[in-house]
Write a protein that binds this ligand. Structure first.
Ligand SMILES: C[S@@+](CC[C@H](N)C(=O)[O-])C[C@H]1O[C@@H](n2cnc3c(N)ncnc32)[C@H](O)[C@@H]1O
Length: 276
């Protein structure tokens, strides 16, 4: 298809996507957006970018907006990503929470993509906790992208995402399915996948009494204003003394000081201050 995205059209599209998702595309991403846009135009048999833009904005179902978001998001993920943080969670944060909290524990993988992070947390819970404590735990995994959520619910993974899983865990928590590995029902039962847009405060307010949020490699695509909005919503969602894990290249330092930095042996994690 012979279509060229002008700078003006790019700005209109990126501003709209930013407003809806918090994801910010700098001018250097014009060709990236053009390639992804052409995919959608070809699928729809449309040549006119201005017409497509109107469709995105005014189509009442929001289906095309969702489809466009799905081709723009970066969904790269794998099991046991950023191992030192997971070690900190398993050996330091989790035992502290089990001792401190008497009721249920909620772990939230925010921006879970195809589910590897959420199932990794499920493996850690199964490995670390006695049955009576495991029964208190639940993992909620959310993403804006319905396609990755459908994939996550199936729970079948290839070599690329499973390559860092220690061999004993493969034997214990996966079943072979052709060339792929399928997570067992034991893991699946612990995780609930839901669609949630981190920029929709009304939906974010429904996430309550969370103990730990993993939001890794998601906010790197946002600008500071959207990051701040998400951080403030996270603050409302988590319990006093709860924790937020960001990706290793992400930080809240420029954004807000409402969270404290807590230094553990294996990592430095954001913590909501304990109530006095
Ligand atoms: C690179 S993946 C990160 C996956 C996983 N957390 C990890 O660290 O491996 C980023 C995910 O964030 C999701 N995402 C981007 N913007 C979002 C938003 N506004 N609300 C919810 N999820 C969003 C994308 O759809 C994508 O699946």
């Amino acid at each position: 298809m012979n279509v060229t995205l002008s700078l003006e059209q790019f700005h209109r599209l990126r501003d709209y996507i930013y407003q809806k998702t918090g994801i910010y595309f700098p001018d250097s991403k014009l060709y990236f957006m053009e390639r992804r846009l052409i995919q959608r135009l070809e699928a729809l048999g449309i040549q006119d970018i201005n017409y497509y833009y109107s469709m995105l904005r005014f189509e009442s179902s929001g289906a095309e907006l969702q489809a466009f978001i799905e081709v723009l998001t970066v969904n790269e993920t794998y099991f046991f990503r950023e191992f030192h943080q997971l070690k900190c969670f398993a050996e330091e944060v989790l035992p502290e929470l089990i001792r401190r909290e008497k009721g249920n524990l909620v772990f939230w993988s925010a921006g879970c993509s195809t589910g590897e992070e959420a199932y990794t947390l499920a493996i850690i819970l199964c490995e670390m906790l006695r049955p009576e404590n495991l029964a208190r735990c639940r993992i909620i995994a959310t993403d804006i992208d319905n396609k990755v959520l459908a994939f996550a619910r199936k729970g079948c993974y290839g070599e690329r995402s499973t390559r860092h899983i220690p061999a004993p865990y493969i034997r214990r928590y996966f079943e072979e399915d052709g060339n792929e590995l399928r997570v067992t029902d034991e893991l699946r039962r612990l995780v609930e996948f839901r669609q949630l847009n981190l920029m929709e405060s009304a939906m974010m307010r429904k996430m309550e009494h969370v103990d730990v949020i993993f939001c890794r490699n998601v906010l790197i695509y946002f600008d500071d204003q959207s990051r701040r909005q998400v951080a403030l919503d996270f603050y409302q969602s988590i319990k006093d003394g709860g924790y937020v894990f960001l990706g290793h290249s992400e930080s809240m330092s420029r954004i807000t000081s409402i969270f404290q930095l807590r230094k553990f042996q294996h990592s430095i994690i954001y913590q909501k201050p304990m109530a006095r």
